[in-house]
Design a protein around this ligand. Sequence first.
Ligand SMILES: [Zn+2]
Ligand SMILES: [Zn+2]
Length: 695
Amino acid sequence: MSHLLPVVVATPAHSGLGPSLTYEHPHLLPPGTLVRVPLGKREVLGVVWDGAPAEGGADMATRPITEALDALVPLPAAWRQLVGFAARYYQRSLGEVSLAALPPQLRELNGVQLARRLKRAPAAPATHVPPALPELSPEQQDAMVRLDSARQPVLLFGSTGSGKTEIYLRAVQQLLDADPLAQALVMVPEINLTPQLETRFGERFGAAGVVAMHSGMTPPQRLASWLAAHSGAVRIVLGTRMAVFASLPHLRLIVVDEEHDPSYKSQEGARYSARDLAVYLAKQVNDAHSTEATGPAHCRVLLGSATPSLESWHAAESGRYLRLAMPSRIGGGSLPRLRLVDMNHQPRKTLLAQPLLDAITERIARGEQSLLLLNRRGYAPVLACHDCGWKSECAHCSAHRVFHKIDRTLRCHHCGFTERVPRACPACGNLDIAPLGRGTEQIEEHIIERLAGVLRPDGTPAQVARMDADSTRLKGSLEQHLARMHSGEVDVLVGTQMVAKGHDFRRITLVASVNADAALFASDCRAPERLFALLMQAAGRAGRDASLGATSEMWVQTGYPQHPLFAALRQHDYPKFAAQELSDREAAAMPPFAHQALVRADARSQETAQAFLNEAAALATELPGADQVTVFPAVPMTIQRVANVERAQMLLESPSRIALQRFLAAWQPTLLAVRQGPAGKGLVRWAIDVDPLNL
Ligand SMILES: [Zn+2]
Ligand SMILES: [Zn+2]
């Protein structure tokens, strides 16, 4: 007798195939079993799924499963639930999400090859002698006690240098000691930028006790890590966002370090948020183990940040998350004093103000280091008048309209309101209106020129290094830059946001942000939040050495010194900043008080891309949830044309997450039909981005 089984295989996102295909096999394989099945003329990897096979399963066309890879234990239920949820929530096919969540090399192995890999299992880890543990501060002790009894997700709000990493290490240690099988998942935004964390986990638990998971690994390395975690042989996984899909059968702790970091949100394929999925995953594990309604969580989720995302902060304010605060810096180093340079009082077109240059020069002469931060996140340009302060606000909503150079228009990316760029400032008639934050490109060159003549204490010229994505692309060059900075060979480090992350430079006493203004008035409502996080993080780089803490300064060049963001920054007061931002967002009905999705379309012409979106929207007015969802008109994206493809987007907004989800699910078939109809001619691709981070 043979059994019919539902099997999930990698199907394209919009193929129209059902969530699973039906195959037959002599044995009833449990859900989660990996199998190899025929698909067309190919043989592919699949996963036996839960539930009954699809309707009309048993017919002549049903083909047998080629091979069950049953040397491997089935993928756990929590994993299948996570993948199923991610596919539904982010509007992708189950086949795409589930197969993308497995290490690519698994697709190529048959049963014999896989069994061989499994035999190559890591030798039993050598007994590891952990180093002497640092003493916990009273704040850390308190955090550990409260963490222990927490039921809900925990937001660890600890300032830079407050010892959050030690909390992660202790929480993992306690778990491993208490439960001989338990596993922990520790996620970081970008592993290459935080090498210290990997080192500290290795020192504490032994290199054999931790595996890494990130996109920089080779396929065999990824497979080895995945197998070690899936088999339970390794109990700690340290990885980037993709690690949320690791198979951890005994998962009991998830740490999301720097939870506010945008790199937790995928920007391609299923545009998932690993942080949000981590919270969902912990809840699944807990629900499966809920024998009683009270008591500590079975699987804990710990989100750490000095500048939490407003979503997480709001969840803590409303009691859904437990907030643990660690405001003090360990080792006594104080946070640097804020110095604002009012650029309105500097000569026109100044790139680097004289007082700031003097402050850097003094540091070089004293043998101290400086860090200069360039903001190059590429915010959509907003027009401003440099005489009266007018900015291209939208007349219909509390967003700034974006300057589109191609057709010289101002467009609101929120509601779609469009006008031609005015000839002169509408408020004062000044002819000199220009995008905020211009001149970014020249700044770096200019700084290097102006520092050229400055001398070090030994009479040699000052050493300036730049560090950005371009200068660190070569393997090992990031390490080289860091080593030169640590050894004191470099006096001034110039770079983009990546220099603000994680590195522990002890001799930095000056941090300066030279062009932050574009983020203050961006069309994207998250820009101020990111700027604040970046400046706080950068400030944390200065004064790490307690003996130099007193002289540490954070400089910001701005044309808007009265902006409330700087008042909160001066006091290193994130709660104050967050309260203000949240009340602004509530008044404007922006996230987290509204839920958003973007539909993006790429086509040969801008008209085609927009027509596709607008036609699909016109057919959606009667769909379930439509009464609670606002569908705005299609607009060109900020970077409208890439490689001769025109890009457009359409914003959807709802006060109800559930209504938005129902609407999107019901809308998918319409989008598919329009894609295949006349309006889809010339369309290159389309995709839905749920909870988008960039508008
Ligand atoms: Zn003006
Ligand atoms: Zn608007």
